[in-house]
Write a protein that binds this ligand. Structure first.
Ligand code: AKG
Ligand code: FE2
Length: 494
């Protein structure tokens, strides 16, 4: 599942901010007025800002009063225009034509208008204007120099597999063909790993592809970030878009919508069932009061999830049905977030101001050299385990389908209870009818497995008394009289 809490989910997945802090393009400086760099030219031949210094002509000079605005400010201004005004302004000069063609502006307009019945024409602008791609103009804007326009295109063109190859051997997420519940409940519950076998038996693994899903569920409405579209529309979009951060289908009601049989109390054969090594999931005690816990994920290559921790301190597994995913992960026990990620002191808000592509371009190198970093590629038919509290970022290397579930293993119950009790404002995914998720969960545990609850509460009590790992470490350091530093390095083990 994607994000830490409701607020953050909204920020990171459902309404990706259109304005981000963008580092300048550094690897693709074209020289002179030519376009001789190795990077594929922008379709309108727009170039990075830096090239303005060596060019004889800069079309910004022809933009009247608009030339006095910084590009970012101009973009903010364009964001408040209607489609008609945007198109009209684009007809006044080449410089404004280039800016008003920026597809993220049209994406915001299209999404705000709330369409679900449309024909996808390869870009948001064409789709909103009902314009077949072949009829869209492409005026040469090679003397427009603007990182604000060039950088998103450069990011949309990166070759992701190049970035994620050559994983340093110390960073590799272990790959296991089999794992017992006992082994998982021991050391493995704290570690990421890839299980290579269990999914291969699932009917959904054997039957699902984008084509077979379309045959059966073409008209079913699924959620993809801020839009609710029929599957057919999403697939049209997925197969033909050039967005820097493609819309990602992430739907928590898919099982009901697709009439799947998953839970063992049903009589039909199961469409899939969680790998047995993860054992019982204590959130099942909540019955229909449990928070959202399973998601169907569909997305094109380059789509994915920016850095986050999973909600309510739960653990998760993520099974790739088709395609493959690259995972970049950092341990839970560090007090330092991954490079390039900012977290408020209470942990409530995670800000990853860069798109996945920008992250790969600017922070990936340093991230993989940071102690504690784990990386892995999960292929079709495999399942990746996300231990509770780990930061992770995920990018699809191909178009793909996945299913993910969050769960509470008994061994992590104290952590989940502590999170729900101590950070109630960060608890997410519960229906509004559950007024006190912590008390509700405790009551269900007390009814069904009082001994498990007592053990977990005893662990919490002990932690409160200063006997936790952190306190022990600090005390040990004080006794030694040495200076204390806390890093990622030793974090795999509890
Ligand atoms: O498949 C993805 O994009 C990652 C989803 C995720 O964050 C998860 O399963 O926890
Ligand atoms: Fe996640």
């Amino acid at each position: 599942m994607p994000q830490i809490d409701g607020t953050t989910t909204a920020i990171l997945l459902e309404e990706r901010p259109s304005k981000r802090v963008r580092p300048s393009p550094v690897n693709d400086v074209h020289t002179g007025d030519g376009l001789e760099s190795g990077v594929k030219p922008h379709p309108l031949r727009i170039r990075p800002s830096g090239n303005a210094y060596t060019s004889r002509t800069n079309l910004k000079a022809g933009a009247g009063a608009f030339q006095r605005l910084e590009d970012e400010l101009l973009m903010s201004l364009l964001e408040i225009l209607s489609p008609g005004d945007l198109a009209g302004l684009g007809r006044t000069c080449k410089f404004l034509y280039a800016f008003t063609r920026h597809d993220e502006l049209w994406r915001d307009l299209f999404i705000r208008q709330g369409h679900s019945n449309f024909k996808w024409h390869g870009s948001w602008r064409n789709t909103l204007l009902g314009l077949p791609q072949a009829k869209a103009s492409a005026i040469d804007c090679s003397n427009v120099f603007a990182d604000a326009l060039y950088r998103p295109y450069q990011c949309a063109c990166i070759n992701v597999p190049e970035f994620v190859s050559n994983i340093p051997s110390g960073n590799e997420v272990p790959r296991l063909s089999d794992l017992s519940f006992e082994e998982y409940s021991g050391e493995w519950q704290h570690k990421p790993f890839i299980l290579t076998e269990p999914v291969k038996q699932w009917p959904i693994y054997q039957e699902w592809s984008v084509e077979t899903l379309l045959e059966k569920h073409r008209d079913i409405i699924f959620r993809a970030e801020a839009v609710d579209w029929p599957l057919e529309k999403y697939v049209d979009y997925m197969k033909d878009n050039n967005d820097e951060s493609p819309l990602y289908l992430f739907d928590h009601d898919f099982a009901e919508k697709m009439n799947l049989s998953i839970d063992s109390n049903k009589t039909q054969a199961l469409d899939y069932s969680p790998p047995s090594c993860f054992g019982p999931d204590l959130f099942t005690l909540l019955g229909s009061d449990r928070p959202h816990h399973r998601w169907l994920i569909i997305g094109p290559a380059r789509s994915g999830s920016t850095f986050h921790k999973d909600p309510n301190n739960t653990s998760a597994w993520n099974a790739v049905i088709t395609g493959s995913k690259y995972w970049l992960m950092f341990p839970s026990s560090s007090n330092t977030p991954p490079p390039g990620v900012f977290v408020t002191s209470d942990g409530a808000e995670v800000t990853a101001p860069l798109s996945i592509a920008e992250y790969l371009l600017t922070f990936h190198e340093i991230a993989r050299r940071t102690p504690g970093c784990r990386e892995g590629i999960c292929h079709a038919g495999e399942v990746l385990h996300v231990p509770a509290g780990w930061f992770h970022m995920v990018v699809n290397l191909e178009d793909g389908i996945a299913v993910t579930q969050n769960f509470v293993p008994e061994s992590k119950l104290p952590d989940v209870l502590a999170f729900m009790r101590d950070s109630p404002e960060q608890v997410s995914g519960f229906s509004e009818t559950v007024s006190d998720p912590y008390e509700t969960f405790v009551a269900r545990l007390r009814e069904s497995c009082p001994a498990v609850l007592e053990d977990a509460l005893a662990v919490l009590e002990k932690r409160k008394g200063g006997q936790g790992r952190w306190e022990r470490l600090v005390k040990a350091t004080e006794v030694d009289g040495g200076s204390f530093s806390f890093g990622f390095g030793d974090d795999d083990v509890p």
